[in-house]
Ligand binder design. Sequence first.
Ligand SMILES: NC(=O)c1ccc[n+]([C@@H]2O[C@H](COP(=O)([O-])OP(=O)(O)OC[C@H]3O[C@@H](n4cnc5c(N)ncnc54)[C@H](O)[C@@H]3O)[C@@H](O)[C@H]2O)c1
Length: 335
Amino acid sequence: MRVLVTGAAGFIGFHLSAKLLERGDEVVGIDNLNDYYAVSLKRDRLAQLESTPGFRFIELDIADTAAVAALFNQGGFERVVHLAAQAGVRYSIDNPQSYGQSNLIGFLNMLEGCRQQAVEHLVYASSSSVYGANEQIPFRVDDNVDHPLSLYAATKRANEAMAHSYSHLYQLPCTGLRFFTVYGPWGRPDMSPMLFADAITQGRPLKVFNYGRHKRDFTYIDDIVDGVVRCLDRIPKGNAQWSGLQPDPATSKAPWRLYNIGASRPVELLYYIELLESALGKKAQKELLPLQPGDVEQTYADVSALMRDTGYQPQVKIEEGIERFARWYRDYYRG
Ligand SMILES: NC(=O)c1ccc[n+]([C@@H]2O[C@H](COP(=O)([O-])OP(=O)(O)OC[C@H]3O[C@@H](n4cnc5c(N)ncnc54)[C@H](O)[C@@H]3O)[C@@H](O)[C@H]2O)c1
């Protein structure tokens, strides 16, 4: 298959591209290599992909409407995995405009490209943050998600609705995946595993919000990639049983699906820090702080729909995942 992966220099895009190449797909990766976090890490990921046959990289901003249209015109993509976005919950408080550009205009450009070129299937990244003020645990795809607590979450929720309109109007098959805190080798420097590992190894105090009582459904990158590939291979059809009288929020008459993708095993932050301490062989100095604006206290994915439809089964337990992350972290930052 010829697959377009957006955000290919990013954490998930890099791992997904590597997996698709490994099974023989042809991958065109795009990314604007912005400096939200270390560009060197993005370039190092890309260097690995570029040494693999079947991969081609194009530096491009998805908010550039003409450039995206030209890309689709020439691309001949059969399927698209759209991962490029301005990520991060806290950053959206100081930099709202970049979310409008990348997550709304960029997303619209993707939809248009897919529509114009009759792409077979668009799989795109949503986020567990769409659950916002919902306190029903575990989070289920049929829960109400109309109360986002950050602009980031609001743009991800908007993507789900935008995809539905295209799916309805143009029969564009779309699958939205609500990722739950992804971690692992080549991870993101703005997320807690890397922030904590930096602080522990450098002997700096680490900021532990909500006094460490947060629970996060940490999901190992290989499980995420496995779920994305399973979805990519399964083009959704309209749900014939769907009724406008009792609308199911996760399916539609249109070929449009939403799934949670997570480990479905929430872990308390303090336990997570203990695992990191032991994997890195050093104690943390913890600075216990209150809950941050825009943060939610607990995330917990109900993944039964994804299991039922695709056979998804998360494999990597947190203890093993942290070991693997710490091994990579020590190697990468020593070199
Ligand atoms: N990692 C997680 O825990 C997590 C959780 C929920 C949702 N997500 C979503 O999954 C997707 C991938 O996340 P990630 O962790 O790999 O993040 P990432 O920041 O590592 O990757 C995103 C990539 O997109 C690129 N990008 C951003 N704006 C762009 C633009 N305008 N044009 C072109 N490229 C652009 C960035 O340079 C980056 O390389 C994102 O949509 C994110 O919102 C991730």
